[in-house]
Ligand binder design. Structure first.
Ligand code: BGC
Length: 254
């Protein structure tokens, strides 16, 4: 296996990219961050991705985490980016434009892969639910280390309102929610997801967990809840790691 690959994490507000050490599951270069032209053209997004790539690494594969459903490298939904992305062959176009091997997957699935391989879900068997709290709520579901891709649980309706409209990190800002009001919403969402999936572990990811590393202790769940260990880098580490997966959704190659 190549020791390094490049990870790209496309978000609603920024694009992050770095060289990733695939043996350690850590960054091997500085993380570059550019503004995400989320609602502009597809071309503008590729230009932004190109500007965020680490220099001098032309031959390395790139993994791209995208904030929507991605099946076989093709974008199927676009919640926080322009509708023009729907149907776009992201993996194929990225490979052509960037001149290297490219894979594309859902951003929360990428973060989940990283946490299960290198972080808070390492060696955990059973059902693990990873939730990313950012512009939206992303979800990644694992059963004995195998990813069930594109679960989209952030769009689950909880008491008449979509989960991500109740408890995404962005909602705390835009809705000017107090910390305790936001926590109440997040607890409601976690409780509903627990009642439907009965996971053995829930891992919370996203920038908000960097500012509030104690977040897990504020969730009253019937299963253990942990904050992701890879913090805001999980998405790009997982995207880079996805370049090594041979059978699409299998997490472990052993
Ligand atoms: C999208 C998901 C994405 C999540 C986090 C949701 O609105 O539908 O695909 O994983 O936001 O970006």
């Amino acid at each position: 296996m190549n020791r390094c690959a490049i990870g790209v994490d496309i978000g609603g507000s920024s694009i992050k990219s770095a060289l990733v050490d695939l043996e350690r599951g850590s960054l091997a270069s500085e993380r570059r961050r550019v503004r995400s032209p989320a609602m502009s053209s597809i071309d503008a997004m590729y230009a932004a991705i190109e500007s965020a790539l680490p220099e001098q690494r032309a031959s390395l594969a790139v993994g791209i985490g995208f904030p929507g459903v991605v099946k076989s490298g093709v974008v199927r939904t676009a919640a926080h980016v322009a509708d023009a992305w729907i149907g776009h062959p992201l993996a194929k176009t990225a490979a052509n434009r960037l001149g290297r091997k490219a894979v594309a997957l859902n951003d929360a699935d990428a973060a989940g892969l990283a946490e299960l391989q290198f972080g808070a879900g390492r060696d955990v068997r059973g059902t693990v639910l990873v939730m990313t709290l950012g512009t939206g709520i992303g979800s990644a579901l694992f059963v004995d280390g195998q990813l069930v891709p594109n679960t989209e649980l952030g769009h689950l309706e909880v008491d008449g309102e979509e989960a991500e409209l109740r408890a995404a990190a962005r909602i705390r800002m835009t809705g000017k929610l107090s910390w305790s009001d936001w926590l109440q919403q997040l607890n409601l969402v976690v409780d509903r997801l627990h009642a439907l999936l009965w996971p053995d572990l829930i891992i919370l990811c996203g920038g908000i967990t960097e500012d509030h590393p104690q977040l897990a202790t504020e969730i009253a769940s019937r299963c253990p809840v942990r904050v992701g260990e890879l913090r805001a880098d999980a998405g790009l580490i997982g995207a880079a790691f996805a370049t090594t997966l041979t059978s699409g959704v299998w997490l472990r190659s052993d």
